[in-house]
Design a protein around this ligand. Sequence first.
Ligand code: ZN
Length: 236
Amino acid sequence: MALHTSALVLFSGGQDSTTCLALALSKYERVETIAFDYRQRHSVELEARLRVLEQIKQQFPQWARKLGEDHLLDLAVLGQVSETSLTRDVAFKMESSGLPNTFVPGRNLLFLTLAAALAYRRDLQVMVTGVCETDFSGYPDCRDDTMKAMQLALSLGMDKRFLIETPLMWIDKAETWELAQSIGGEKLVDLIIEHTHTCYLGDRTHRQDWGYGCGECPACDLRAKGFARWRSSKKS
Ligand code: ZN
């Protein structure tokens, strides 16, 4: 019998967390999802995640029976401790610290702590998150060491053995597309292109070959370059 059979996926509705969700559904018997509403400038992300959940249920019946409750936690309080381009109407830019001004200090620590509290209550063993060290942004609360420290702190602090799974930690965006294809084929790749949302500006009007987005912001740039690299690697 498998040691781990249930998971809670931190699911934002973007390419990364959708790939993580598909992976969890392919591995575990029972999967629930969680997201945080911290008054993002664009409700586009929150709409995208509901659409993706719906499409997964429709297009992958073998996963639909495993996919359980979706939880949306209100984190408006984050607006009181941060001034960033995600919650206020200021332009995205890089700070002198080398971090983008979207950075909310320790945000992911808070997310994981709340996710663990929910996982405890729902009796879910694994928390799956799409954090990644190969990203351009280098958020310190998304690093591998931070995840390992959080796994230990949460397991000790709640007296329950949690596993934090980070399938994207060491892969780049091209490899994330490849991973999606290996899990769910072209059908999953198409679902990610059509329904997930990544663009920082909330643009859903411009359809690129990799999905919707302005095509200019750092998030679009990363997604577009990864997609192009992945597609060209398939041709060679
Ligand atoms: Zn964009």
